[in-house]
Design a protein around this ligand. Structure first.
Ligand SMILES: Cc1cc2nc3c(=O)[nH]c(=O)nc-3n(C[C@H](O)[C@H](O)[C@H](O)COP(=O)(O)OP(=O)(O)OC[C@H]3O[C@@H](n4cnc5c(N)ncnc54)[C@H](O)[C@@H]3O)c2cc1C
Length: 444
């Protein structure tokens, strides 16, 4: 594209989103600096899932996925709360064949290290620079200069706010989140597979599955088990009604909680998984807030990415994937093929591409909090006796997530901005004629 120029880009926040966008932007030919408030010593030990819509970008960017030591998921299993018997199973056996990429379950620290290597190490483009202990305090939106709490100033052609759910950049852009504490609370715990097996407990790692107990009938009680580190670690998210324990003001740095507190809400839970929780380590609250969608995610030459721009409940396991997709969108828009030098236009298209899709996932994640049938995958299993959803035509499905072509979405929206023709048979990145399992056909 004529007019392409190399930008000097500042990224506030070096989490999963910040590292991903650094990779995408360095590969697009730009000079990238990441500013992170912490020194990463406190990274959380928990799983993070990366479905095909996230995994595809890791491969496109040449990330060494094996370094993340993932578990490749073969199934989603929803179990009966009391007996542990499977109620709804979504088989991922043909997932890679259908979508081209696997469904990975990473450990956060491993995933972060893997992205770190690709952002800062050898590879296409200039390696990004990471500056730790740089907490963003303010941004002058006229000069595009960041002020950090340590007194440093940094001016950039473009600034990406990837500073998470408590984003400072978001406030600087004038967005005041409408938010409320979730009706459910969550405690997270880690269990070593080796220890569970030594004690004669079930070896859930053999299932290679994301497993859920409960989550049906409008109840908040739900246990989510995700194996990571090649199956050596079992990461459990344990949800229960907020009246039984309110952690809405706690953060990840909070002290560990005693195991009795973890077990207390679950007197009737399947004993096999209960016995796992009873040996849980590193029991920590996960603060849950529901944010309404924001009206915009950019102003001038500053934009938001990941949780800063669209924080979502964890119940679709898409938070990290949405951050990765945001990164991919910026990488495409600022690549030599599409960028004509107009940063404001690129960010306007970024917002048009990203906000509707992330908002759709955000809404579906809030619904899946109390009804697992709304969760991508299970939303397809209509034949089970307990299947009930709010509006069958609105459920989010794997097809919508994975048949999405971001290049087409970008081209359609860029063409509209540039008053050019767009003739490919896609609408918002989905192929015209695609029949979704919820009965919707794209283009009808
Ligand atoms: C325990 C846990 C488990 C999760 N499990 C899943 C899962 O299974 N699947 C999934 O899809 N998602 C999961 N998520 C959510 C997912 O991790 C996030 O959606 C995703 O990481 C978004 O990344 P982010 O980069 O936007 O935000 P974050 O990962 O929160 O990163 C933000 C970064 O910005 C830094 N920062 C903050 N403020 C400033 C500032 N003022 N100046 C400079 N730096 C700043 C922070 O220190 C941090 O490093 C989980 C989250 C947690 C906490």
């Amino acid at each position: 594209m004529s007019g392409w120029r190399r930008l000097n880009i500042g990224i506030v926040g070096g989490g999963i989103g910040g590292m991903s966008v650094a990779i995408a932007l360095r590969r697009a030919g730009h000079i990238v600096t990441i500013y992170e408030r912490s020194d990463f010593a406190g990274e959380v030990g928990a799983s993070v899932s990366c479905a095909a819509n996230g995994t595809r970008w890791l491969h496109e960017w040449g990330v060494d996925v094996a370094k993340g030591d993932p578990v490749v998921l073969r199934k989603l299993i929803n179990r009966d709360w009391k007996t542990g018997e499977p109620v709804s199973v979504y088989d991922l056996g043909d997932y890679e064949e259908r979508w081209g990429y696997v469904y990975n379950m990473f450990h956060r620290q491993y995933m972060h290290a893997m992205l770190n290597d690709s952002a800062l190490g050898e590879g296409e483009g200039h390696p990004a620079t990471l500056k730790v202990d740089h907490r963003c305090r303010d941004i002058d939106l006229i000069t595009n200069t960041i002020t950090f709490e340590n007194g440093v100033l940094a001016q950039h052609d473009l600034i990406v706010g990837a500073d998470g759910i408590g984003s400072a950049v978001r406030g600087i852009l004038g967005i005041k989140p409408e938010k409320k504490p979730a009706d459910s609370s969550c405690l997270h715990t880690n269990i070593s597979t080796e220890e569970a097996v030594r004690l004669g407990l079930v070896d859930y790692s053999q299932d290679n599955a994301l497993e859920y107990w409960g989550g049906q009938e409008g109840k908040w009680d739900k246990i989510v088990l995700s194996p990571c580190n090649g199956g050596k670690l079992l990461s459990y998210y344990c949800f229960f009604p907020r009246e039984q324990g309110d952690y809405s003001t706690q953060s990840w740095g909070a002290d560990e909680r005693p195991v009795e507190e973890l077990l207390q809400p679950y007197p009737a839970l399947d004993r096999q998984v209960f016995d796992h929780l009873a040996i849980g380590k590193e029991i920590k609250p996960w603060r849950l807030w529901v944010h309404n969608p924001y009206p915009y995610i950019h102003r001038g030459r500053v934009c938001l990415l990941g949780d800063a721009g669209h924080p979502m409940m964890p119940h679709q396991s898409q938070g990290a994937c949405m951050a990765i997709e945001d990164a991919a969108a910026l990488g495409i828009l600022l690549s030599p093929r599409y960028f004509d030098g107009d940063v404001s236009q690129a960010l306007a298209v970024y917002e048009e591409v990203r906000l509707p899709r992330a908002t759709r996932v955000q809404a579906a994640a809030a619904k899946a909090a109390y009804n697992i049938n709304e969760r991508i995958g299970f939303s397809f299993n209509k034949d089970i006796p307990t299947y009930k959803v709010e509006d069958p035509k609105k459920v989010l499905t794997i097809e919508e997530m994975n048949a999405y072509d971001m290049y087409q979405d970008v081209e359609e929206k860029l063409a509209a901005k540039r008053h050019a023709a767009y003739t490919d048979k896609f609408i918002c990145g989905l192929p015209v004629g695609l029949e979704l399992p919820n009965g919707i056909t794209i283009g009808d």
